[in-house]
Design a protein around this ligand. Sequence first.
Ligand code: C2E
Ligand code: CA
Ligand code: CA
Ligand code: CA
Length: 273
Amino acid sequence: TRQAGGNSIVRYQEAMRLNLQRRRVLETELARALEKGELHVVFQPLVDLKDRRLLGVEALMRWQNDALGDISPAEFISIAEESGLIVEFGTWIMKQAMKEAMAWSEPLRLAINVSPLQFTAPDFVDAIQDALSETGFSPHFLDLELTESLFVDDRLQLDTTIDALKQMGCSLALDDFGTGYSSLGYIPRFPFSKIKIDKSFIDQVCDEGPQAAIVSSVVSLAGIFKMKVVAEGIETEEQEEKLRALGCDIGQGYLFGKPIRADGIAQLLKTAA
Ligand code: C2E
Ligand code: CA
Ligand code: CA
Ligand code: CA
């Protein structure tokens, strides 16, 4: 009826207004998050799928605000990207993660997410160089996780930056593979050492559907270009076994460990030793 339709439009408009309002509050708060010390870094284990040995960690950003509580990266990272704050945040987390990793009893590979805006900023290579020399972290243990969206725009001049990074000894990983609706043409053009299959493909890998076949074709593709395959979001032993059988090399997921603070990783190393 007209009555009900009218009400649902009002409800929709009200929801939109609240959405915008929250967004505006988040934007304002996020702009001061770094100086207020509200950001921190957590680390999630990456394990060898052969024997579950700890190979490295992925650094993930967290934001805790007094008034708003914990805000998930799914919500604040996109705001940070749109406002440009991600460049500053990205530089901060890189240095912070390296500094904290240096306290561990043995070196672990460190994967860091780099958003396209940060990667294409003119001083990106300098910022990495700076973080490495200030912390003493080895570039040979660094994996920069880049998403497909960076490679969609072929007007971007990426080669100089990528050459400089390779020269320094850093590695590149292709993150969230398969979620970006892009062609595969860019893959041979760039020296990725790892390809990460997004959790959305892993969730149903044990079901009858096409997910296992998709994983299997990513493994073949990776083989052609000598890339290691990382499966993200593994939650069950059944998935672990399936992914191992399909030929994935590295696993990440709650089954092996949730993202934790640096001291938790130090503890893991101590118990494993
Ligand atoms: P991502 O790069 O794909 O990171 C993996 C995400 O999957 C993380 O979410 C991680 O906590 C989650 N995850 C891993 N294993 C499991 C699992 O077994 N089950 C479930 N349910 N989730 C799992 P998180 O930390 O919420 O981060 C979300 C996204 O935010 C990241 O996705 C990444 O795109 C972005 N992000 C996080 N930190 C940073 C950062 O420092 N810089 C940039 N540019 N982006 C970041
Ligand atoms: Ca990632
Ligand atoms: Ca990602
Ligand atoms: Ca992902």
